[in-house]
Design a protein around this ligand. Structure first.
Ligand code: NAD
Length: 272
């Protein structure tokens, strides 16, 4: 029998962390070997299974990823934390030579560059959205934008729960990058974030973003292609965080067999 893949979850006490621990504990070929929360968090010392809302699993939440990686045989880390935590978590993984699946969004250009640098030494999956539906939506957006071209205005609208701290969502920005690439534009030049006041007519070369925040919305994205006399929309609605957690856990199982490099969910799902 093959050994289960040993997973460490960073951000264990967060909304996604709990779902990631549940998805790992429910997966027959994976083993939750470590769960790491922010130092000082009330969850430190608690049983990871109990925190995830499933059975106790005998793994206590700790507060130091580096120590967890040196003390336990970990095959892969899954990190859904905060952008500020990324550098430390990447350094700990590099030091221990452990691949990492990253779901944290709101990364700066410098933090993304750090990811790229680390990926020359480590296998890394980074995706702004680990759901299979969004991964496929990105493909569909590329096809639609190439087919419809500059005759259609493109707008990206997203909605998330009231606790989300970055906007637009990482997924909306990724959609924007895919659309801009397909249309031969540079997103940093053509993105328009929200509109107010006397804006003038819409510039047909822009890509617009609108953000809605409130309640418990898990994540909704719609891209509108607005033409003369017709409008096409591609919409994805996530109704449970388990969809992201199962995707990230699948990515972790895939990543342990890959060489150093920066991968995304299209690689994991074999869509390249
Ligand atoms: P959250 O605020 O509930 O959880 C983040 C957790 O990380 C908190 O418990 C925080 O204390 C902890 N943390 C901060 N620094 C840490 C450190 N150094 N070590 C360990 N833990 C640390 O947020 P969330 O809703 O769980 O989302 C987390 C991130 O994942 C956000 O960036 C969010 O946008 C992103 N996200 C990504 C996807 C995806 O599919 N890629 C899906 C949902 C959320």
């Amino acid at each position: 029998m093959t050994q289960p893949i040993r997973i460490a979850v960073a951000g264990a006490a967060g909304r996604m962390g709990r779902h990631l621990m549940q998805a790992t504990l429910e997966h027959a070929e994976l083993h939750l070997a470590a769960a790491v929360a922010r130092p000082g968090h009330a969850a430190v010392g608690m049983d990871a299974g109990a925190l995830a809302g499933v059975e106790s699993c005998g793994v206590a939440i700790v507060d130091d990823l580096e120590a967890a990686l040196s003390g336990t045989n970990i095959d892969v880390v899954i990190d859904f934390t905060l952008p500020e935590a990324l550098a430390g978590n990447l350094a700990a993984c590099r030091e221990a030579g452990v691949p990492i699946v990253i779901g944290t969004t709101g990364l700066s250009a410098e933090q993304k560059a750090e990811l790229e640098r680390a990926s020359t030494h480590l296998p890394i999956v980074f995706a702004a959205n680990y759901s299979a539906g969004i991964t496929l939506s990105l493909k569909l957006l590329d096809i639609a934008a190439r087919a419809l071209g500059d005759d259609f205005d493109v707008e990206v609208i997203e909605a998330h729960h009231r606790h989300k701290i970055d906007a637009p969502s990482g997924t909306a920005l990724r959609m924007g990058e895919v659309l801009a690439d397909a249309l031969g534009r540079d997103l940093s030049d053509c993105a328009v974030f929200g509109r107010e006041g006397r804006t003038g007519e819409r510039d047909s070369k822009t890509i617009g973003f609108e953000t809605i925040r409130g309640g418990d919305v898990v994540g909704e994205h719609t891209v509108m292609f607005l033409g003369q006399g017709e409008r096409m929309e591609i919409t994805h609605r996530a109704s449970s965080r388990m969809t992201f957690a199962r995707g990230a856990v699948r990515a972790a199982g895939w990543l342990v067999r890959q060489p150093a490099g920066l991968y995304d969910m299209e690689d994991v799902l074999g869509l390249r």
